[in-house]
Each structure stands twice: as structure tokens, then as C-alpha cells.
Design a protein around this ligand. Sequence first.
Ligand code: AVJ
Length: 315
Amino acid sequence: PRIQYHDLHPTPADLAAEVLAGLRQKPRCIPPKFFYDAEGSRLFDAITRLPEYYPTRTEMGILQTHAPEIAARVGTGALLVEPGGATPAKARLLFDGLQPCAYVPMDISRDHLWVAAEQVAAEYPWLEVHAACTDFTRLLELPPNTPPGVRVAFFPGSSIGNFNPDDAVAFLTTVAELVGPGGYLLIGVDLKKDPERLEAAYDDADGVTAAFNLNLLRRINRELGADFDLQAWRHQVRYNAEHGRVEMHLASVRPQAVQLAGERFEFDAGETIHTENSYKYHVDEFQALARRAGFWPDAVWLDPDALFSVQLLAV
Ligand code: AVJ
């Protein structure tokens, strides 16, 4: 069969332990990976279509426009590896030009991974799909039996922006080791720009991103039996120029207490729970970061308004 499925037995994240640890800290925080329950995934999908949220459509435009040049640089017959590849809409833009020897999507969600692998295999009958169920942030290794070929990792969406710069270097180092000498990383990186534009992308007029952020509390209420009053929290977005990142917070509108797993958490009026960082880079800043991970900048493609970059890095 054209699909090989490898279960690398990822340990599911422990929502209770991580939420408790984040809420005991000051300032308080909850990791953004917990946004994506069924409702959160649906809301994120809606975010990608918002007029204010330019990254998805801009990156897809860049990939479509420059697919032939990307293919010319990395060559055909490569092994295309996508950490987090449970939504192959972007990789699809590369298959025809790149003619990879195999596609290796990696994701922690078995169900999403399986659906994605089946869709790709049905749509591209000539393509071998080796799906690997793994937490790629902890275990980035190829499943057995992948065909030889220049290894090209694909990490779109500016997902790298969720890592702080040191963690980004650590993760990119593991990617560089995975692809090895002669290999490449093709990565989507959102660029620094006018703060109003950045803030609007994370605080849309229809309130979809607000619903996405607040859904985290609904999830914690449902799955951990907490008693967050959803009326008493507000979506808050700020561009932190010092760190070059968009921050999302949930702000307490009044002094309040929340019960969670037998523990009581008191919040002041205006106190926030920091739920996401989305780092933005200048092209040369990101190249400097990639160099620390063992990559050499090979090529960069931007949209006409220089909102977003797709960067090719070589080991
Ligand atoms: C999936 C991390 C790339 O940071 O832009 C979108 C997530 N959060 N709107 C981003 C997100 C709020 C997104 N990433």
C-alpha cells in the first residue's frame, strides 16, 4: 500500500499537570498547545480565513508562486518531512513541482494524521506516504523504511513563532540533525511589521480569535472540572516590541477566585493568564537564529507586501 503508518507512541500532554503548574506561576500562563481541542481546531480554521489574519493566505500565495524555484533548488526526488503535518493543504502546493520520493507527515494526533495521510494518498497516487505519530517537539526521528533521498523538512505557518528564540534554536537544531548534511528546511516565518496590523491579526473584528482564546477556559472547565466564569475574562492582545512578539492573554475583569482540582486560585482585577506568544522576525534576524542551529540561509521568498517569508535553509 501507498500508506505506511508508524506509531511512535507519543505520551499525550498532561492537561491537568501543565495547567496547574502554569496557574501556580506568576505571571500566570497556560501553554498554547492546549487551544486545539475539537472546538479550538474549528476556531483556528476559521481564523485562517479572517480578513485580518494574513499569514495563511499570504504564505500559500508565496508557496504557489515560487514552487518551481523551490523545486529547482532542492531538486526532485527528495524525502519531504513535515513535523505537525496533519493539515497538508500547504504541502500539497509543493508535491507537483517537487515530485518527492515520499511524504512523511508527523503529528501527535493519530486521527488527524490518518485522515491527512489518506487524503494525500488518494489525491497523489504516485506518492508514498509514511505517516509518523509522534510528538515532534520531543522525538524528531524518521520512521523506519523511508526511502533514501535528500531530506527536506517543511515547517510552515510560522509555527516556529510559538517557541521563544532559545527554544526555537533547540528545535531547529534537532531539525538540522534530522535532515543531515545536504538536507534542507523550508520554513514559513511571519515578519515584523506595523504593530496595529499585527494586533488586528490576533484581535479580529468578529471576535473569532477572542472565542479561540476563551475556549481554553471552557476546555479546562469541561475536562478538569474547573469553574472559570467565562463572562469574567476578556481576550487581550498586545505587541511586545521589546521581545518582538504578539502576546495573547486572558484578563480577569474583576477580582475573583477559581477552583481547579481542589486548589483555589485568586486573581486580581486586570491580572492576566498569558496564553500565547507569536514571535515575529526580520529576515536577517531569523537567518541569524537559524545559523545558531547549524543552518545556512539558501533562499528567501516574500509576498509583494513583505508581510510573510518562506525561507530555505541548508545544512
Ligand atoms: C498556529 C502559532 C502559527 O501564532 O499566528 C493564530 C496561532 N493564535 N491566532 C499564530 C494563532 C491566534 C498561530 N500559529
